[in-house]
Ligand binder design. Sequence first.
Ligand SMILES: CCCCCCCCCCCC/C=C/CC(=O)SCCNC(=O)CCNC(=O)[C@H](O)C(C)(C)COP(=O)(O)OP(=O)(O)OC[C@H]1O[C@@H](n2cnc3c(N)ncnc32)[C@H](O)[C@@H]1OP(=O)(O)O
Length: 243
Amino acid sequence: MKMRNPPVNSLSLEFLTELLISLEKLENDKTFRGIIITSDCPGIFSAGLDLLEMYGRDPAHCAEYWKAVQELWLRVYLSNLVVIGAINGISPAGGCLLSLSCDYRVLANNPKYAIGLNETLLGIIAPFWFKDVLVNTIGHRAAERALQLGFLFPPSDALQVGIVDQVVPEDQVQSTARSVMAQWLAIPDHARQLTKNLVRKPTADRLLQQRDADIQNFVRFISRDSIQKSLHVYLEKLKQKKG
Ligand SMILES: CCCCCCCCCCCC/C=C/CC(=O)SCCNC(=O)CCNC(=O)[C@H](O)C(C)(C)COP(=O)(O)OP(=O)(O)OC[C@H]1O[C@@H](n2cnc3c(N)ncnc32)[C@H](O)[C@@H]1OP(=O)(O)O
């Protein structure tokens, strides 16, 4: 599955909806047992959630957007398919969450391809379920530091902390992902799926038990003047970077 939402594969409402529909089709087609998620945007896996879906929008739009973000996460995280991330570019925040929700992550060895939950650098916070997935992956102490400081790990550090499973030369990302897929597909589906569910369900359940409250919290938080100002400053910085 090659994500293509130029220029930066930001997860807009429209793009999230497209991803959801594609995933649903693949899940329902019993000839598919696994997917490799990668990017068609050179150097960028995904720039994360689309800031323009959260900046200057009314509460109803923010609520609709957040529901779609939750939906995509639950679908990827709990997918019955084997999901491998072939991470061929930078993947901050929501892009990192998408990667963390795969069963296995292969990252291209390019110092520009940093990965992490950098929300605090934007003056926002990672929701509890982003945090939970990171803690599950790299452990409590490493997650505590990474989240507060908004770390974006370059490949060598990413491998060391365990936020990715493998770092390979850029031209070997896809072939490595395919080899890993073959290894995972050698396991009987029912045993692998039940085991995945056993490990992941408690984390997903924490959100499932309070989805509406999570949406309301998001809308309240993102609508604050101070948060809207932070987003404005960040978006301006992105513009200025271009010169
Ligand atoms: C007590 C209270 C409890 C409350 C609990 C509730 C908790 C809820 C909190 C809220 C949580 C919200 C979670 C958010 C997670 C996210 O994913 S936020 C997004 C984080 N993403 C980033 O920081 C990446 C930003 N982008 C970049 O760093 C760069 O663009 C890039 C490195 C990805 C690519 O660089 P380059 O190739 O040089 O392209 P650019 O010129 O920078 O960008 C091109 C174009 O795209 C626009 N853009 C980039 N990223 C985004 C984005 N994420 N969303 C929207 N748009 C984006 C950029 O502005 C450029 O636009 P223009 O061409 O200038 O119009």
